[in-house]
Design a protein around this ligand. Sequence first.
Ligand SMILES: [Zn+2]
Length: 639
Amino acid sequence: MWTDFSSRGADSASAAIQPCVAGRRDDAMERLRRLKHAVESLTVSDVLGHVAPDSASQDATQAADGDICAPASGDVRVTNLRHGEVLPYPLCLLEGTASGGATAVTVAVSDGAPASFAVVGGAWKAAVDLAPGSNSLTLGAIPCGGDATCLCVSYDASADGIGPPGTKAVRLVWLSASDGDGSFEVPPPPHPGCDVPHTAADGAARLLTAGRLMQAATAEMMHHQGLGRRTFRLVEDVTHHRLPHLTTRAACRMDGQKLWSHVFEAASGCARRDDLIDVAVMSFSCWDRAARKVRGHTALGGGRLGLFGGSSVWCWPANTAGLASAFTDCGKVDGKVCLDDGGRGRVWALAATTVGAALHELGHCLSLPHPCLTVAADRGGGIMARGFDHLNRLVAVTEAGRPLTGERPFWDRGCAARLRWHPWISAVGRVPPPGSAATSDGSRDGAETGGDGLLERALRAQKRLYDATPAVPMPKHKSMAAATPAPTPTTLDDLGRKIQGLLHPPAQDDGGGTSSGITAVSTEDKLCVLSGATLAPGRNPSFAPTTDGRLTVRVGRDVGAGGGLGHLGYYVNGDNAGHEEWVGGGMGQDGGPPAAVVLPTPAALRARLGAKATDKLVVSAIDTAGNMESMDYGTCNTV
Ligand SMILES: [Zn+2]
């Protein structure tokens, strides 16, 4: 059914980074050779090195364009990556600063030609492809090309810890109608993009570039939340699939839901269905001139399929070298002749909105809800709200031709915490089964099962957690603007395992217990964490009502997988209204993440979340092995 006759997007896969410095390549290569020599003679520790020039690089004052410049005026620094970093994905996003009046920064990867990236207001961003294994990155400044900054970054696909090849991954699919050749539509002349090559292979190359960007963006945004560069694994070859029972004409008469259903059905028989999430683009989307509307188009994600129309693929970058230009192109988009998705009328904005929307829909496939009841607001909710419009800010230092000032794209905290434990997301540093050694992020699951004094120990640990966790002001969930505090990475890293309470300040009455063995526990403003207490058999987290009208969430530990609860999410009418999270990391002798948590009563939880009695309240749990379960807290036989 789901045929796989594809090839990797040729443009992208073979794309050498284009030397963007005009002028003599010989000079550039000679300079690069000298800089490499400088690197090899250095000892660089875990901090980014600013390379002092040796005798060879002292001579390297001739810029690549042939101009003679004063030495050492451009001090280039990388601020988001450390020397020796290992990335489990190939697209390396860099950002940093450059001093000395530099107008551009060059980045050369190993023996490749340098690519240049604009410096605006002393800041720059770059995107380069890494080869498997170790890559030496050499950075210099233009025009004056002072000292070089060098760092080593490795690409190791197996470092994601997700599992052996063939396990859970995201697959990119280029769809053709039964009567189509897989080419995609471009705007009519003289509109920007009218001359873009648009065969099926060209489309697949752009989809692969977008997929790699979504993968790297996910990692970068997780890193920014202090949760490590975790991301999904990508099937690197784009799958081409012809829909045998869908003509272009029929597709153009379907709405988004019907298109999604058709493609979902067509993919249902594919191999490894349970392990693959498809990001599929329809090549046959087309502009209806009379109606001034796009046909055969949608942006819908859920289950194992995120589906998109291909009408804006012409503005997506064709390869890594084209990323920066695609997301800064100020060419005008005419909404009368082609889709101006997002309505901002510029090529960079269309690229940001449509690639960003693809990531948003993939987020739904990764179980992420909208934060805060609406996607309409422009800020505050990140990628799963309307923040996907700003994906350009990950790779660009200008927006609409002006220096970038807006908020960078992000996962809101609830989504980031959920992704941290999601089975499709990198398991680097995941808490190991009981008895295992400490994880790579230093955590240790030392919780014991049964025994006296557990409750007291758990409560002591919980109190310490709360005491150590700075209060995060949290408005009612309907307020978008403050719904996404971004804790600093150092705070999270330093504290290790902690509860990040993103709840509305709790009501005084949380349903205080009167029976069931937890009567002594005051949960006035805290959850009761029973570390290592009553364990549930089975694989997924389980829910059990207590006699006093609350819900106990438990995780199993007898399958060698779960190491405790990783995340509890509270969803009001389907949207993320608050959450609790346990970040991997040592918590001392009281053990790792909790094995059981007692929630407040539904009424108390509603009060915390600012939800009405008629709102649908769902609690979702995900354990540290990525097993998920959710429950409607209004129908679980609690009072
Ligand atoms: Zn959505």
